[in-house]
Design a protein around this ligand. Sequence first.
Ligand SMILES: O=P(O)(O)OP(=O)(O)OP(=O)(O)OC[C@H]1O[C@@H](n2cnc3c(O)ncnc32)[C@H](O)[C@@H]1O
Ligand SMILES: [Mg+2]
Length: 198
Amino acid sequence: MMNFTQLVLASHNAGKLKELQAMLGDSVQLRSIGEFSTVEPEETGLSFVENAILKARNAARISGLPALADDSGLAVDFLGGAPGIYSARYADGQGDEANNAKLLDALKDVPETERGAQFVCVLALVRHADDPLPILCEGLWQGRILTQASGEHGFGYDPLFWVPERDCSSAELSPGDKNLISHRARAMELLRLRLGLK
Ligand SMILES: O=P(O)(O)OP(=O)(O)OP(=O)(O)OC[C@H]1O[C@@H](n2cnc3c(O)ncnc32)[C@H](O)[C@@H]1O
Ligand SMILES: [Mg+2]
């Protein structure tokens, strides 16, 4: 078992920080990499795993603290898994709203039965920048892409992601409810087990 009271979160995404800190509770203090640097590393990996490790190593190097990274995204069946690892940059870096508009357009006229999608989350934890044995945990969340945005909570593609078990979009879930069932919650559950956290 490893003991961490402080971790740096290798993410510039405020939505992730909020969700992950809420899931971890008081046992671990997550510090944002934004406290140490405003420069975002280039995500050059070809997989969620590679990008998560790359971000974690970079944050550990900059902060001198053990680092947790989250690489996540939305894989849409009809698009062969796109935008996938490119989810944040789907509309060439123009942000969440542009990403959502581009996705709706790509699925224009696609019937409900072919609009299946998964949110994917990989968490990587490194004890230090050159850690030869990163801890990796993944979580998937199955849903469908709606034909229009709905809901105000969350971030990213949440307004377009229909959650079958709750019959609403993931942006219509309260933050607490999303944190019980999301891809990130599933990955975090595995990480807690690995770390021996209650
Ligand atoms: O790399 P960092 O700094 O952590 O922040 P980022 O936003 O660039 O994060 P990613 O590279 O992992 O890209 C993930 C994208 O996938 C989407 N995404 C991931 N998890 C999501 C969630 O829980 N709800 C909605 N969209 C999500 C969202 O658009 C994110 O920007
Ligand atoms: Mg990113």
